[in-house]
Design a protein around this ligand. Sequence first.
Ligand code: PEP
Ligand code: MG
Length: 544
Amino acid sequence: MLYYKNMETLKGKAASGGIAVAPLWHIGNDITVVASNDTPEGLKKQYFSLKSRVRAEFRRLSSLSDKEDSSMTGLFESYSIIMDDPVFEEAVLNRINRGYSIHQAILESGTELSRIFEKLSDEYMQARAADLLSVAEELLRELSGRGKIDKPDGEKGPDDDGFIIVAANLSPARLMRIDKKLIKGIVLSGGTVNDHTSILAGNMGIPCVVAAGDRIFDQKEGRIIIDGNEGEVYLEPDEETIGKFIEKKLRIEKLRSDARQRIKQDQIKSEKSPIAVMGNISDPGDTDSVLLNEADGIGLFRTEFIYLKGDDYPTEDEQFDNYSKVLKMMGDKKVIIRTCDIGYDKAARYMNLPFEQNPGMGIRGIRISLEHPEMFLTQLRALYRASVYGNLMIMFPMISSLWEIKEAKKYCEKARKSLENEGISCKKVPLGIMIETPSAAILSGEFAKECDFFSIGSNDLTQYTTGADRINEDIEKYYDPVHPAVLELIKITAENAHKNNIPVGICGELAADTSLSEFFIKAGIDELSVAPGKIIPVRLSLIS
Ligand code: PEP
Ligand code: MG
């Protein structure tokens, strides 16, 4: 970390990589309270009309994001669902009945319910707290007549060269309304790396630091620096530091564009890296960045996020739309779609899964599908229907016994046959498994005979090998992804895969650890699948 006189360096969390040097733009919530002395009945009518205006705005933003960033389309649809949620609606209407103003009723209901979400241990649900606040904010902005302001307009409004947004929090809806070309960076005093603002910033390629604390408001105007890779913010930077960061930014940009060029050329000359580099996605909207980063394919599509978006099981048609969209976009490149891995840290309320003392060891991975055959068959039918649009491979998560593979394959056959009987065509799809349990790694020789490919889920393989819960921050030091036992299990798996002539990949976070490139090459790993932003660094570490 650099220290200079007068300059303040703040540490937050790195939410989206890259460096930005630009004038700051403070965004407050600029919501004014509009008093009304109508009766509760009158206020309720006003509230319903307010909702329909906001719903129309969500629709507008949804179609806007359809054109510019399809990953956010579902978000604004989900905002409408949250706004109509009976629990939220009842909370607002009850308060109005008790004599609150519309403003107070929305504000208190949004805050109260989001606090409940924030306390849940599930990170996904925690991020929904931010969504609820965003919905409340949208209602309040519309109420105060400022719903559609989308340009910096204050007297300190930064110039046309762009700015770094500084705010306590920033809803994705608000971010969507600001001219993207002008946003050089975002720094928030609050927020989490998993909320949708961070995801949106990442998809838009905007450097972003969250949870940087209230001191970000110390500087009122002028240039600041943010380093989205390190999660650092530099207030009142001197000219020398500004110069250094501009230089660093240009260097990184040049390296990236050279790398992209080189990767393209190498691919043309067929001098590919010794290991294929693929991208991980959780939404069809992420496919653009996988392609932009010259990936060899998609090594992991975490389909459970489709199940987590809505209030009910996704239909076969909805799933078919999602899968076929990705397959079409990827052309003849491999697309490995993993069947639903809900459970443990990813819960869908509508499934009404029973309480478990130890959910990490419970109904998740392939178990959820085998315990819910209807759900499994619906997903498999959608996948087989989509298979004709590209190069699909289906993968089953968290396998620990041979019978599970055999059983899962029977369901595939059943789904395929049912389509055939209906005259719907589908392709022969390679079927593979994730190696995420020590039992699967140890028995990989036997399992390989039933599979067309393996992909090592190092995140879970680490937790089940070390016996350390991957989401418990207090035992982080026991959760060691490069534990010798984990590396040994990777070697065993690769050896057994090759003995049986099937490819083996890694799609957990370990795949992006460039210090292990040599180990991966020596172990004979065929594919590494990583977050889209990490594809180029991983590729470079393999070919240089
Ligand atoms: C893994 O466990 O490494 C993996 C890729 O699956 P997930 O992180 O979705 O559990
Ligand atoms: Mg896993």
